[in-house]
Ligand binder design. Structure first.
Ligand SMILES: Cc1cc2nc3c(=O)[nH]c(=O)nc-3n(C[C@H](O)[C@H](O)[C@H](O)COP(=O)(O)OP(=O)(O)OC[C@H]3O[C@@H](n4cnc5c(N)ncnc54)[C@H](O)[C@@H]3O)c2cc1C
Length: 222
């Protein structure tokens, strides 16, 4: 595992972001207790409680420069946001595709349910929102690839993508009626998965706090 730890006490560090170091640690390790947490979704990825006591590390375990670990992590935060935005849009598109296929072949009162605007418009709106969020995410990725600041775009893309993705899966579930709730059609799983993106890798509120402070220039709110 990559362990992030403070190696210079905060009162002695020149700034809060200095004094953190990264270490590569082999697992399993007797000094580290790892207990999986039961979750609502994304069962393909384990999330765990981790307790560390009396772990001994040497310079050989150090990744990068001592005390400058935060700057290495920083490099991963924006691309992580972008990949979660892509996941949100991807789940949304999958849900729309499933809903559209279902709505074309499911007939009620002699017509396919997809011929009703109440069913069609939310799916069309979801598609438009996802495509817009995707463009913003591409902009963030393009800036990142060029080595330019991309925090504003990465956070705004995440906000837009999670709204678009949850909107799409919500309406897909509705379009499938009772089957939307059945495990067989996967929509219920996508609903559980897409909602994670409201919470991780950064919560919706913290992404908005970034936009409020760094894009709109409002006072820091936390
Ligand atoms: C499945 C899963 C996998 C995860 N994987 C990882 C991982 O690999 N690595 C990792 O580091 N973390 C991981 N996380 C942790 C995730 O990043 C945090 O759960 C998330 O950032 C929120 O932190 P918290 O749980 O401490 O919530 P808290 O900080 O306690 O916040 C709780 C709620 O209050 C809101 N809130 C808090 N402060 C403010 C404020 N000032 N203004 C407005 N709203 C506020 C938050 O937005 C949130 O909705 C994972 C989480 C989940 C669910």
């Amino acid at each position: 595992m990559v362990l992030v730890t403070r190696t210079t006490p905060i009162e002695k560090a020149l700034k809060r972001t200095l004094g953190l170091s990264l270490f590569l640690v082999d697992l399993p390790n007797p000094a580290i207790e790892v207990t999986p947490i039961e979750k609502h979704g994304i069962h393909y990825s384990k999330t765990c409680d981790v307790f560390i006591s009396d772990l001994k590390l040497t310079r050989e375990n150090l990744l990068g420069e001592e005390d400058k670990g935060w700057y290495l992590i920083l490099d991963t935060l924006n691309p992580e946001r972008m990949s979660f935005s892509a996941a949100s849009g991807g789940l949304g598109l999958l849900a729309i595709k499933t809903a559209v296929e279902y709505a074309k072949q499911r007939n009620v009162f002699g017509v396919p349910i997809g011929s009703h605007q109440a069913l069609q418009f939310p799916l069309a709106e979801a598609k438009a929102k996802i495509e817009a969020a995707r463009l913003l995410n591409y902009k963030a990725a393009c800036l990142y690839d060029k080595g330019q600041p991309c925090g504003a775009e990465a956070n705004m893309a995440k906000v837009a993508a999670v709204e678009a993705g949850t909107h799409a899966v919500y309406h897909a579930m509705q379009a499938l009626g009772g089957y939307g709730y059945a495990v067989e059609y996967d929509v219920e799983r996508w609903w559980r998965e897409v909602n994670l993106i409201r919470l991780a890798p950064v919560t919706h509120q913290m992404a908005l706090a970034f936009v409020g402070e760094h894009v709109l220039g409002l006072p820091k709110s936390y």
